[in-house]
Design a protein around this ligand. Structure first.
Ligand SMILES: O=C(CO)[C@@H](O)[C@H](O)COP(=O)(O)O
Length: 224
């Protein structure tokens, strides 16, 4: 499988949201990534179902919705109804993660688990079979435009090993500080999905930035 590029709308120009989403439609992007923040799980507030609903009407690509909120289980059905194709909840915000992933799947959405930079790969051992996607946070969640935390690379490898050993179809998504300067390393470590906010939307030519990210790694032999 070729890797997936998911531009993160957080870095878009919100005064031109329809144009920014049209760029995603016209580019080689595979998904649109949407960061929902509640000011409690993370120290920032972004948007909720209303914007997901609007994005769904404009976007021709699947919506990858990342819930950086406490008690995500309260809102799973509403985000699905708004148009989320993948719903990712944080392990650190989900005391009943197994139940929450089942709840997401019951809506027909793909179920993702996100882990913060300090959360070890081993914390996924008893949940990996249920996860369609693991979102490895490579910055502390809450803001776009931060620097990639390089300790994440060995963690991606450990998660990839876990997925290989358990023989699951789980995708590894890497989110935060991703760009042309580090995408190859991230893909070599085993990532399947690159979330890119600033490196796409702040580029002079965002569609070209997507194309370049999509191009990377075509010839790469991944580590086992
Ligand atoms: O979830 C987050 C931040 O919490 C990310 O999705 C960012 O939106 C990625 O933005 P860049 O680091 O690529 O600017």
């Amino acid at each position: 499988m070729n890797h997936i590029i998911a531009p993160s709308l957080l870095a878009a120009d919100f005064t031109r949201l329809a144009d920014e989403i049209q760029m995603v439609n016209d580019s080689q992007a595979d998904w649109l990534h949407l960061d929902v923040m509640d000011g409690r799980f993370v120290p920032n507030i972004t948007f909720g179902m209303l914007l997901i609903d609007a994005a769904k009407q404009l976007c021709t690509k699947p919506l990858d919705v990342h819930l950086m909120i406490v008690e995500p289980e309260k809102y799973v059905e509403q985000f699905r109804e708004a148009g989320a194709d993948t719903i990712t909840v944080h392990l650190e915000a989900s005391p009943h993660l197994h139940r929450t992933l089942q709840q997401i799947k019951a809506t027909g959405a793909k179920a993702g688990v996100a882990i913060n930079p300090h959360t070890p790969a081993s914390s996924l051992e008893d949940i990996i079979e249920l996860a369609d996607l693991v979102c490895v946070m490579s910055v502390n969640p809450g803001f776009g435009g931060q620097k990639f935390i390089y300790n994440t690379i060995p963690k991606i490898r450990r998660i990839k090993d876990l997925i290989t050993v358990r023989n699951t179809e789980t995708l590894i998504e890497v989110d935060g500080g991703v760009g042309l300067h580090n995408a190859e390393k991230i893909l070599q470590a085993g990532a399947d999905v690159l979330v890119a906010g600033s490196s796409v939307f702040k580029a002079d030519d965002p569609a070209d930035a997507v194309a370049r990210l999509k191009d990377i790694g075509g010839e790469i032999q991944r580590f086992a």
